[in-house]
Write a protein that binds this ligand. Sequence first.
Ligand code: AMP
Ligand code: MN
Ligand code: MN
Ligand code: MN
Length: 286
Amino acid sequence: MSPIPDLHTHSTASDGTLTPTELVARAGAAGVRVLALTDHDNTDGLAEAEYAAAQHSLILIPGVEISVTWNTLTVHVVGLRLDPANTELQTGLARLMEFRAWRAEEIGRRLAKHGIDDAYAGARALAKGRLVGRTHFARLLVNQRRAADTNAVFRHFLTRGKPGHVPGDWASLEEALGWIRGAGGEAVIAHPARYGLTRTRMQRLLGEFRELGGVGVEVVTGSHSRDEAFTFARHAREQRLRASAGSDYHGPENPWLELGRLPPLPEGCAPVWRDWPESEPRMACG
Ligand code: AMP
Ligand code: MN
Ligand code: MN
Ligand code: MN
């Protein structure tokens, strides 16, 4: 039984490989009691996840992971407990999804110039008609044996300076916080160690984020080492932000990262879920 909630997961509504129903069933079987579905830049999986959660007596937290451009850097902001019916939120997300649709075709064109034909069609087929993200291109190129694993595809084809790279044109930090808060949600900076920021620039990001009404930092995530969890627990305390925990689960193809295995928050963290009424009975505070 996972004593802490999992507040960051993906389904086929973005670049996860499990449908919302499959994701919720797997989380329930793994002992997760409180689960947030946080697909990239859309909330299309939430209704199905909510229905499935009721079957598995699991509390589903409606969420989203918004792509943000902050000083030319792409940063992810997770929104939790938001109302997906909010118009401003959906208008904002629709703009990002439009950019994603164009970017996917552009990635395809750039890879074609590099001698990799039909990548857009291939990625689109893997995405089964939903959002086509870089992860789908990565899976395609692994299937075509152009790289050993998805991480290698990112390094050789999809990141800055590489043939399939298309610069992001995402939401501003202010817009993302505005959409999340306007929809009644709480904003959390996702997987902060992934941005490669110096301590000073991280403090600047977290400071601006808090000024804009952000509430938390993902201290425990699938991509953080234990040391990184301690580092960001300290950042959170210094910036008077709360601590969140989420696996960033994308599916069973990544066996090193399973649902229901999150370690506890480091001592002294104030969990983002501390005052959440609906999740009180079964949730221990870290
Ligand atoms: P996108 O939002 O479409 O630009 O793609 C970002 C997603 O790609 C992230 O949410 C991860 O799921 C995945 N990703 C990013 N970097 C890597 C990497 N180095 N290896 C594998 N997957 C990655
Ligand atoms: Mn992803
Ligand atoms: Mn992310
Ligand atoms: Mn994610």
